[in-house]
Design a protein around this ligand. Structure first.
Ligand code: ZN
Length: 203
């Protein structure tokens, strides 16, 4: 049975922190394919398979576990013993490679599920990724705030020079002063709003 046909490389997925499908460098567990199938089962989503392959109440792993010999999904059925019926998973007609009791296969599957529990390596990687992104975001905000402060200072300097030109040097008239002063104050307000928003967003 192909429960471990491919190495599952481990994926970190934390959308809130911008981490999407980040491959981790840690202990391989199971096939990625199985991982997603298991996630689908656990979340109660109906897998997008043909109607005949959908989960059967008696054989929930039907179609989820493939035959090692022919690669097709196993199916399940009840077979009559001397006194009672027994549940089996087996391959499709034409292939006799797999015939296993329901209890045994589902037990193996439960063991695989236990392996999906986050390992210490996984948690360490997750924590590192989240911290790294958080630090990078903080640094980016710090840079942007510093830029905005420089821009605000430059505008303020222009306003001071404008005041000087009007009040002390009398090199410009009141209309020119008003026009420039209004524009510069608008710019200053915009820069301050942007800085405030960035600081809010970084909290
Ligand atoms: Zn087969």
């Amino acid at each position: 049975m192909l429960l471990r046909n491919q190495l599952y490389a481990g994926i970190v997925d934390v959308p809130e922190y911008g981490v999407r499908d980040k491959r981790g460098d840690f202990e391989p567990l199971i096939s990625e394919d199985l991982f997603y199938r298991v996630q689908a089962i656990l979340s109660g989503r109906v897998p997008s398979t043909a109607p005949g392959k959908r989960a059967h109440p008696d054989f929930s792993l039907r179609g989820f576990v493939r035959c090692e010999s022919c690669g097709r999904g196993l199916t399940g059925s009840w077979s009559k013993g001397r006194n009672e019926y027994y549940a089996y998973y087996h391959c499709r007609p034409g292939c006799r490679a797999v015939n296993v009791t329901k209890a045994k296969l589902e037990g193996l599957f439960a063991d695989e599920l236990a392996l999906l529990q986050p390992t210490p390596g996984y948690m360490r990687l997750l924590k590192e990724s989240v911290l790294q992104i958080w630090k990078a975001r903080k640094a980016a905000v710090r840079d942007e705030v510093a830029n905005a402060e420089r821009a605000a200072k430059a505008i303020q300097d222009k306003l001071d020079r404008l005041d000087e030109a009007f009040l002390f040097e009398r090199s410009i008239d009141i209309e020119t002063y008003d026009r420039h002063a209004e524009k510069l104050r608008e710019e200053l307000t915009l820069v301050r709003i942007r800085t405030g928003l960035q600081l809010l967003a970084s909290d």
